[in-house]
Design a protein around this ligand. Structure first.
Ligand SMILES: [Mg+2]
Length: 249
C-alpha cells in the first residue's frame, strides 16, 4: 500500500467535491463544441461570438453565448431551460471524448486512493448540468470513484457558490452526515472555483492544470495550490494538512 494511503487513513470525515474540466479531465474541445451545438439547436444558426466558459455554470455559459450573439435572453430565467439542447448536444458529442480528451495525470490514482478511505465522501461540483457531468466522467470511466447522486451541478443552480450547499444537502439526506466549511474541500482549477468555495463555505485546493497559474489561484484566495495532481503523495499531504489545519484553527 503506498505511503500516501496511510496518511489519509487518518483523515477526519471529509467531503471532497471535484470540478471536472481541467481538474479531472481535458475534454479536448468537446465542451466548447457542445455549447456551440446547443446554441445551434436553440437558435438555428452557428454562433459568431464564443465567450469564455471556464468556471461558469452551464446556464451562465448559454446566457452569455446567446447575448454575445445578439439573442434576447429575457425569456431564459430558469436553470432547466437549456437542459434539453445541452443534453442532446452532449449525446451527439460524447463519443468523441475518449479520442479527443484525456484524464489528467494523477487523477485516477487520487480518486482510487481516496475511495479506499472510509471517512471520505467524494462527489462532483461542476457548472455542467448533471447528465452532462455524468457523460463526461463515464466516457473516461471515472464515474465509479465518485458518488454522483450527491454532487452539485449546473442543473441545480445558476450560481456556482450555491452548489456547495446543494451538495451538502444531498449528502445529509443520503448519508445522514453533515459537513461544514472546515470539512468540505473543493478541488478546482479556476478563480471561480475558489470564489465558489469562499462564498459557498468550503475550502479549496486549486490545481494549475487549467488556464490559471498557481500564483493566480493563490491571489484568488485558494487555501492551497498544486501545479498538478501528478504527485499522489504531495496531493494527499496537501489534503491532510489542509484538513488538519482546519481543525486546529
Ligand atoms: Mg474547471
Amino acid at each position: 500500500m503506498p505511503a500516501s494511503v496511510n496518511v489519509v487513513a487518518h483523515l477526519p470525515k471529509t467531503l471532497i467535491l471535484w470540478d471536472i474540466d481541467h481538474t479531472l479531465i481535458e475534454n479536448g474541445g468537446v465542451s466548447k463544441a457542445t455549447y456551440t451545438l446547443a446554441f445551434e439547436l436553440l437558435a438555428g444558426r452557428a454562433p459568431s461570438a464564443r465567450p469564455a466558459t471556464d468556471g461558469r455554470t452551464d446556464f451562465q455559459i448559454m446566457h452569455e453565448l446567446l447575448s454575445a450573439n445578439s439573442i434576447d435572453t429575457e425569456k431564459y430565467v430558469e436553470v432547466t431551460q437549456f437542459e434539453g439542447v445541452l443534453v442532446e448536444a452532449m449525446e451527439r458529442n460524447a463519443p468523441q471524448l475518449p479520442q479527443r480528451g484525456h484524464i489528467l495525470p494523477g487523477v485516477t490514482e487520487a480518486l482510487t486512493a481516496l475511495s479506499a478511505v472510509p471517512s471520505v465522501i467524494q462527489s462532483i461540483l461542476t457548472g455542467n448540468i448533471a447528465p452532462n457531468a455524468r457523460a463526461k466522467l463515464s466516457a473516461f470511466n471515472l464515474d465509479r470513484w465518485v458518488d454522483l447522486d450527491v454532487g452539485g451541478y449546473g442543473s441545480d443552480d445558476t450560481i456556482r457558490a450555491n452548489l456547495v450547499n446543494t451538495s451538502r444537502r444531498k449528502v445529509l439526506k443520503k448519508y445522514r452526515t453533515a459537513f461544514d466549511r472546515l470539512s468540505t474541500i473543493l478541488i478546482g482549477d479556476t478563480p471561480l472555483d475558489v470564489k465558489a468555495a469562499r462564498e459557498g463555505g468550503a475550502r479549496i485546493i486549486a490545481v494549475a492544470t487549467g488556464a490559471y497559474s498557481a500564483d493566480q489561484l493563490v491571489e484568488a484566495g485558494a487555501d492551497a495550490t498544486l501545479d498538478s495532481l501528478a504527485d499522489l503523495n504531495r496531493f494527499m499531504t496537501t489534503l491532510v494538512n489542509l484538513r488538519t489545519d482546519a481543525i486546529l484553527a
